[in-house]
Design a protein around this ligand. Structure first.
Ligand code: SAM
Length: 291
């Protein structure tokens, strides 16, 4: 853990940021250690403990309540996969909204689609945004963009006021603890459905298929009650324990398996391409059987 006086537990000469993953599903207990070169920022905000550390290998890393969230060296994987897949699936997205994800990496990806007219990011913690702007994602990336708007509000409250207004939503929620817990409740899924336009699509961060089995299953179960199309896709995130992660997409009409993948061709991406788009929906048998 990173202490508030800026010292680290662990070996003095070889400090590690030590993350304990305690699996509430009860199957896996593991300890992951990230080598920290220096602590760049630490604070306790109104919502959570926010740290930014310089690591060996991952570059700069955002840590919330002791849990690594995103790093400068591999954050493109998470951000590209949560954003391009629903955007490309929708035939003509104009209004795009994101709940969570203060570093706004997903918004930066959405800005690559000039036909999108509005990009709203709803992040509960203003401090996450400010800290990320200083240490992770430069302000210049967002300043000139007319499409982009940052809203500092609880996404659970905000979504209830949106009706039939977003073509694409991304739910970049953390683990179901703290302020993010409400983003896993049954009524939240209904609010998301109501906020989407008639051919709207949404992607949820749905946990690791290996050690968050119940998160993934519950997400799909709740979405299937509302949406005709629900598809889980997988990706590899080096920063997260076990590496394998899932997002689950739900759609009122467009099917990602019929998406026009030529829209990806000129987007200057580092992870996603048409083949990755298609193959990420192909699930290994252990996940198929689980679902
Ligand atoms: N991929 C993300 C990133 O790039 O920063 C990781 C961020 S983490 C998954 C989730 C974010 O959701 C955090 O920044 C947290 O402050 C925010 N959050 C948690 N609960 C929220 C809520 N109820 N409404 C809006 N944002 C929330």
């Amino acid at each position: 853990r990173v202490e508030d006086n800026g010292t680290f537990h662990g070996y003095k000469k070889d400090p590690y940021h030590v993350l304990w993953i305690e699996n509430y599903v009860g199957k896996t207990r593991m300890k992951v250690a990230y080598k920290v070169k220096s602590l760049l920022h630490y604070e306790q905000s109104a919502f959570q403990e926010i740290s930014v550390v310089e690591t060996k290998g991952f570059g700069r890393m955002l840590v919330l309540d002791g849990i690594p969230q995103v790093s400068t060296n591999e954050g493109f994987i998470y951000n590209e996969m949560i954003s391009h897949i629903p955007i490309v699936t929708h035939p003509d997205p104009k209004n795009v909204g994101m709940i969570g994800g203060g570093d706004c990496g997903h918004a930066r990806e959405a800005m690559k689609y000039k036909s999108i007219e509005k990009i709203d990011v709803v992040e509960i913690d203003e401090r996450v945004t400010s800290v990320c702007r200083k240490w992770l994602t430069p302000e210049e990336d967002f300043k000139s963009d007319k499409q982009f708007q940052m809203i500092h509000q609880d996404g659970y409250e905000w979504i209830q006021k949106q009706k039939n207004s977003y073509d694409v939503l991304m739910i970049d929620r953390p683990d179901p603890v703290g302020p993010g817990k409400k983003l896993f409740s049954s009524d939240f899924y209904q609010y998301v459905y109501d906020a989407l336009s008639e051919d709207g699509v949404v992607t949820f961060q749905s946990g690791s298929p290996f050690y968050n089995e119940s998160i993934l299953k519950k997400t799909r179960y709740k979405l299937k009650k509302l949406f005709p199309i629900v598809r889980t896709y997988i990706l590899t995130i080096p920063l997260f324990p076990c590496g394998i992660w899932s997002f689950t997409m739900a759609s009122k009409k467009p099917d990602p398996l019929e998406a026009d993948l030529t829209k990806l061709m000129d987007k200057d991406t580092n992870y996603i391409n048409p083949e990755i788009f298609t193959s990420s929906f192909t699930l290994p048998n252990y996940i198929r059987n689980m679902l």
